[in-house]
Design a protein around this ligand. Structure first.
Ligand SMILES: [Zn+2]
Length: 430
């Protein structure tokens, strides 16, 4: 490498390469869209002799771009869940485009979607990949699949409203099979099925299991036939067991999963995305939005939070890959709060700072089935990385402070600087 002129070198950096090893002082070299080299120790010789551009990280940190494993780009910070389906498509698209840019500004270069209005996610993904709008690497979700009387089948029949954009209400093998195929036709990578209810929905709470084993089997079989990602919203114990047995790729929440279920998840190498930001947000910010003590009591929110954390702590100890992703996009956990998840992993779920970063980077990339291309800082991988003021291993919460995200790079190009779109005219500090 010493002889090759790179396009960029970031030196004087604390490097977290996310391979699981300790952080070290060193330099990162980028050539084109790839990482050319990661060197340990002080930079050999003059930076400008080694690269056309150089960034002095001045004791800051370089780490891979992060992943949100449970993202809803088309949701826009609404308060009432049942209004989700009433969001007009035009506004949803505009907000989706805005949130794609915001992701980058927050240091997130990967996202796995968890349910979309219409085919918005697929359009966002294609527009990003075609270079039409800035955004992370996206696995697009389709419309949710939900059985009659399940979580999102919340409109009373006498309203004669149905569910138009958010959900396909399906029962039985053939309807579920067809809904999976429809989603694939509309461009979805991730197809999500509602297995359990949710505390906020009185008629179908978190303890309700709303599908049969056979429906789940058909769902997973059909998704896997086309090599897509099967994803479920599941909280109740029985539903979690069925998701594990059937081999759902992305198990969201898993709130009341028992130890035997976790053992199956580990043996099958499935992913869990806890999405606990949503629940912690109900406690921290809920009062501002009418989600007060009474709401928390009625919805058994403390059980979701406490059991959820306990299950994730165990899953992590067992070696299950748990990926960050907090269901951000509701009023009490707005878009832009994405990095709060790493803090919650450390404070409440038994992760060290380094383990939380590995979960958000290496394991996130593996969730996208891109572990060979991104997620760690190694030669030959795509240059998706952050240059941060400070040390997230000493204080993980600095990742939430966009003003400390000095640079965000994707594919070797600057895409955001200090929480703003990258300004290519800015003079690069020597
Ligand atoms: Zn969600």
């Amino acid at each position: 490498m010493a002889e090759t002129l790179a396009d960029l070198v970031v030196h004087n950096a604390r490097i977290i390469d996310s391979t699981g090893g300790d952080a070290f002082e060193g330099s990162l070299f980028v050539k084109g869209d790839e990482i050319a080299a990661v060197e340990r120790g002080p930079l050999n010789g003059n930076p400008s002799a080694r690269a056309t551009r150089d960034i002095d990280a001045r004791g800051g940190t370089v780490m891979p771009g992060m992943c949100d494993g449970h993202w809803h780009p088309s949701y826009y910070d609404i308060i009432d869940l049942t209004k989700l389906d009433l969001a007009p498509i035009e506004e949803s698209v505009i907000h989706g485009v805005k949130h794609c840019q915001l992701m980058l500004e927050c240091g997130f270069t990967m996202a796995v979607c968890a349910g979309a209005h219409y085919r918005i996610d697929a359009v966002l993904r294609d527009s990003i990949n075609n270079g039409e709008i800035p955004g992370p690497r996206v696995l697009a979700a389709g419309r949710d699949i939900c059985p009659t009387a399940g979580l999102t089948d919340w409109n009373p029949d006498f309203w004669k409203l149905g569910l138009d954009g958010l959900t396909m209400v399906c029962d039985g093998e053939e309807e579920i099979r067809k809904a999976v195929r429809k989603n694939i036709k509309q461009g979805a990578d991730v197809i999500k099925l509602f297995v359990s209810g949710e505390g906020a929905i009185a008629s179908c709470n978190q303890y309700a299991c709303t599908v049969t084993k056979r429906e789940l089997e058909v769902f997973a079989e059909e998704v896997h036939r086309r090599d897509k990602f099967a994803s479920t919203h599941v909280r109740d114990r029985h539903g979690a067991r069925m998701c594990a047995e059937v081999g759902v790729d992305i198990i969201n929440h898993a709130t009341f999963a028992d130890d035997e279920t976790l053992a199956i998840i580990r043996d099958k190498n499935l992913f869990i995305v806890p999405a606990l930001g949503y629940i912690f947000g109900v406690f921290e910010n809920g009062d501002k939005f009418g989600l007060d003590d009474e709401f928390r009591r009625n919805t058994d929110a403390a059980a979701d939070r406490d059991h959820g954390c306990e299950v994730i702590r165990k899953a992590h100890q067992m070696g299950i890959r748990v990926v960050t992703g907090g269901d951000y996009g509701f009023a009490w956990v707005p878009h832009g709060s994405y990095a709060w998840d790493l803090e919650l992993f450390v404070k409440h779920m038994g992760f060290s700072e380094m383990e939380a970063i590995v979960a958000a980077t290496k394991h996130g990339a593996e969730l996208l089935r891109m572990g060979d291309r991104v997620g760690t800082l190694e030669p030959g991988k795509l240059a998706d990385f952050l240059v941060i003021d400070g040390d997230p291993l000493a204080d993980i919460s600095i990742l939430r402070d966009r003003s400390r995200l000095r640079h965000v790079f994707k594919d070797g190009k600057a895409v955001a600087e200090r929480g703003r779109p990258a300004c290519h005219c800015e003079k690069v500090p020597a």
